[in-house]
Ligand binder design. Structure first.
Ligand SMILES: *Cc1c(COP(=O)(O)O)cnc(C)c1O
Length: 360
């Protein structure tokens, strides 16, 4: 068996230990004679899986009791509509910071339902930085304030959260979920698609402060109503059962490898290796301002389209796959999520050094 190092932005690598455990448990989960894929979501054995996943997530992220944890479907993209439908029902206003395509899509969706305001944007420089925020631009009676915490396509992250006072802060954490500790109490809602850092595709995890629930607009589709999902403990209908099971295995892996503090240390070490090389290389350079660099997604370019294409091709042949950058940035992007081992980044950097030597 030969596994590649997969630098895809998502779906992305899963820990090998988790894949092996899932394989071992595939035909007969814990002696019940069936696969998790086949069992009823209303069975006792499945209830232990979904409740276990929630309990582990609460423990690992230190989620207070006044927050609900929801396992949802529809991708992060469905939440772009669900968020205004559930929360934009006081003043009917909300603030958005436009730091990339995902923030922009969320903003555009909210504009359908109320007065969504873009309080800042970094579109002028292809989203290569996190804009400085001017509090006098914030809407004092907004129903919420929305950010995309880690910008998967552009490779930026908020190192400091906006101070929104009493206005609940909502963050899309799809591409930095479980990558480092996060203070849940600073947020009204945190959510993310699982396919970047938590599990296979098909699952969204939402963490919502309880007092914000119950204000959804009447027209809100039942499936998008967070209060209904919370009251049904994420079992209003059939949840993505198998994906939640893998999520539980990933959470167990995080716990036994030292939790989020240790995860952060490993992620910093991996990212430093790559960024340090980008800073010293004469051929490759990062596309993002240094102070806003993401630990998870690292876009970089050479000055030549031809070299970029050659690099991606030769890297693929060397077992370093999915390094082609997003079409709006060009060049390359290495997504180095939790499951990417240090050796994978090391191999990439060594490959880049060789490539630079052979092509300059
Ligand atoms: C991938 C991604 C999305 C879109 O997720 P889907 O599950 O495909 O809808 C949204 N936001 C961020 C930050 C992402 O990385």
């Amino acid at each position: 068996m030969s596994r590649v190092y997969n630098f895809s932005a998502g779906p992305s690598m899963l820990p090998e230990e988790v894949l092996k455990q899932a394989a071992d448990e595939m035909l007969d989960y814990h002696g019940c004679g069936q696969s998790v894929m086949e069992m009823s979501h209303r069975s006792k054995v499945y209830d232990d899986i979904i409740k276990g996943a929630e309990a582990l997530l609460r423990e690992i992220m230190n989620i207070p009791d006044n927050y609900k944890v929801l396992f949802l479907q529809g991708g992060a993209s469905a939440q772009f509509s669900a968020i205004p439908l559930n929360f934009m029902n006081g003043s009917g206003k909300a603030d958005y910071v436009i730091t990339g395509q995902w923030a922009k899509k969320a903003f555009q969706e909210a504009q359908k339902y109320g007065e969504a305001k873009a309080v800042a944007s970094s579109a002028d420089k292809t989203f290569s930085y996190i804009p400085k925020l001017d509090k006098s631009e914030f809407t004092p009676d907004a129903d919420y304030f929305y950010i995309c915490m880690n910008n998967t396509i552009y490779g930026t992250v908020y190192h400091e959260l906006p101070d929104t006072g009493d206005v609940p802060l909502i963050a899309d954490i799809s591409s930095c979920f479980l990558s480092e500790p996060i203070d849940v109490t600073k947020f009204g809602m945190l959510y993310g698609g699982a396919q970047k850092n938590v599990a296979p595709a098909g699952l969204v995890i939402a963490i919502i402060r309880e007092d914000l629930l119950g204000n959804a607009r009447d027209i809100t589709p039942t499936m998008l109503n967070y209060k209904i999902q919370a009251d049904a403990e994420s079992l209003y209908n059939t949840p993505p059962c198998y994906t939640i099971y893998i999520c539980k295995l990933v959470l167990e892996w995080i716990k036994r490898t030292g939790g989020l503090e240790a995860m952060k240390e490993r992620n910093e070490k991996k990212a430093k290796l790559l960024y340090d090389y980008l800073d010293e290389s004469k051929m490759f350079r990062g596309t993002v301002v240094k102070e806003d660099r993401s630990l998870m997604n690292v876009p970089f370019v050479t000055d030549s389209e031809e070299l970029n294409a050659k690099f991606v091709k030769e890297a693929t042949e060397a077992g370093l796959v999915n390094l082609k950058g997003h079409r709006t940035v060009g060049g390359m992007r290495a997504s180095i999520y939790n499951a990417m081992p240090y050796e994978g980044v090391e191999k990439l950097v060594n490959f880049m050094k060789e490539f630079e030597k052979n092509n300059s």
